[in-house]
Design a binder for this molecule. Structure first.
Ligand SMILES: NC(=O)c1ccc[n+]([C@@H]2O[C@H](COP(=O)([O-])OP(=O)(O)OC[C@H]3O[C@@H](n4cnc5c(N)ncnc54)[C@H](O)[C@@H]3O)[C@@H](O)[C@H]2O)c1
Ligand SMILES: [Zn+2]
Length: 370
């Protein structure tokens, strides 16, 4: 299979390699000592194999395996990893390598950004979500009890290696978490990608060529956006939050018992309704895309969203950190491929909520749930 390489125009620029059997490439393109950070699941997927390959080269890798799950994006785990590295005498010429999903990537990236004022960092994402989203764009960080991703840094990797063969062991619901972000990238900039993301053939065990093609297209969309707005200053990067404002409110009100991807899929449906309401009020042309959101919800067989009123969600919407100043800003899309941030009134939100709620009721009835 041919390797696909996408160059992210960050500062500094770095390559994202997408293919299979990338161990040899990783060990030959990196140098010196390495700290490999993985979790108890990804250790067996690629972490141990990478450690063994580096050991064979006499590179004395330090292997740190953290518990799987969001709980590892904590001050405690961050400190434990830093202290394990300090104990082992890790110096500034050491490369930190993350082997795992977004949790390991965000944690290891923040370790790399902070240990000894910064170490070279290499991302080896193994979940579809980490490949499509978390490992692209240079955001690293951990959570506080007060909020997700409250502590972090922009820290660009030297390179990213995506071995699509690792996806074979990913559970279906985890795969769908990535599928939703890929579909979002399709909606934002690549309708052919949207179709690929929803296609029956796109599965954890799909042919490597197909997986790599879909990922390359998805990565290209995000890479373009982050190159334009690496530090999230111009607003371009904010369009990546399409569907995420409502998703974050759902996640908060459900105390994170709803999967992020499921919440985003519902959030995309609401964004489609809100875009319609906004376009009608602003008298701008509108091209409905609710069917795409419906197709995505059906493709991931999304469980119903929390059964809450708009008023119940309001406090959680207000808390969203992307809302600066008066009113509420949402990522809207009057037409597929044309997302933008726009100020939205309470009236538009409620109008959209009414038609969204009707949609949800229809889906609820179809699922046979009272
Ligand atoms: N930095 C960013 O820009 C960014 C963007 C999006 C999400 N994120 C973060 O990413 C995290 C979510 O990432 P995630 O969904 O990958 O979660 P995760 O890292 O918890 O991985 C999900 C589960 O799948 C397992 N796993 C990973 N790869 C596997 C494989 N190949 N085979 C079998 N099991 C495998 C993991 O061990 C874990 O149990 C969140 O913390 C989120 O905040 C960051
Ligand atoms: Zn997301």
């Amino acid at each position: 299979m041919n390797l696909r390489t996408i160059h992210v125009q960050a500062d500094p620029a770095y390559p994202i390699h997408i293919g299979v059997n990338l161990l040899e490439r990783i060990t030959s393109e990196t140098h010196g000592r390495a700290v490999i950070i993985d979790d108890e699941h990804t250790r067996g997927v690629l972490g141990q194999a990478l450690v063994d390959a580096l050991s064979t080269q006499g590179r004395q890798p330090l292997h740190i395996t953290v518990p799987a799950g969001e709980g590892s994006k904590s001050v405690d785990t961050w400190q434990t990893v830093l202290r394990t590295m300090a104990d082992a005498g890790v110096t500034r010429d050491t490369t930190v390598m993350a082997v795992g999903g977004g949790v390991v990537g965000d944690l290891a990236g923040f370790v790399a950004a902070t240990y000894a004022r910064g170490l070279p960092f290499v991302q080896i994402p193994t979940s579809l979500l980490a490949m499509a989203d978390a490992a692209v764009g240079g955001k690293t960080g951990i959570n506080l009890p007060e909020g997700k991703n409250l502590v972090g840094a922009f820290w660009q990797p030297a390179a990213v290696y995506m071995d699509v063969a690792t996806l074979a062991s990913l559970p279906q619901d985890r795969f769908n978490e990535g599928r939703v972000e890929i579909a979002k990238h399709g909606l934002l900039a690549d309708t052919a990608l949207l179709a690929l993301a929803l296609d029956d053939a796109f599965e954890p065990h799909a042919e490597a060529t197909l997986l790599a093609d879909v990922l390359a297209r998805s990565v290209a969309v995000k890479a373009d956006v982050v190159a334009e707005d690496a530090l999230e200053q111009s607003g371009a990067r904010a369009t990546l939050n399409l569907g995420h404002t409502l998703a974050h409110a759902y996640e908060a009100i459900a105390q994170h018992t709803i999967a992020h991807g499921v919440a985003v899929a519902w959030g995309l449906l609401y964004a489609a309704h809100l875009s319609a309401a906004w376009a009608a009020h602003e008298r701008v042309p509108f091209n409905a895309w609710t069917t795409h959101a419906h197709d995505l919800l059906a493709r991931i067989d999304a469980p119903l969203p929390p059964d809450v009123t708009f008023d119940a969600l309001l406090p959680y919407l207000k808390r969203d950190k992307k809302n600066a100043g008066v009113g509420r800003r949402w990522v809207l899309m009057p037409d597929v491929g044309h997302a933008r941030l726009a100020q939205v009134t309470d009236r538009m939100e409620r109008e959209a909520w009414a038609s969204y709620a009707e949609d949800v009721a229809t889906i609820r009835a179809r699922k046979g749930t009272p």
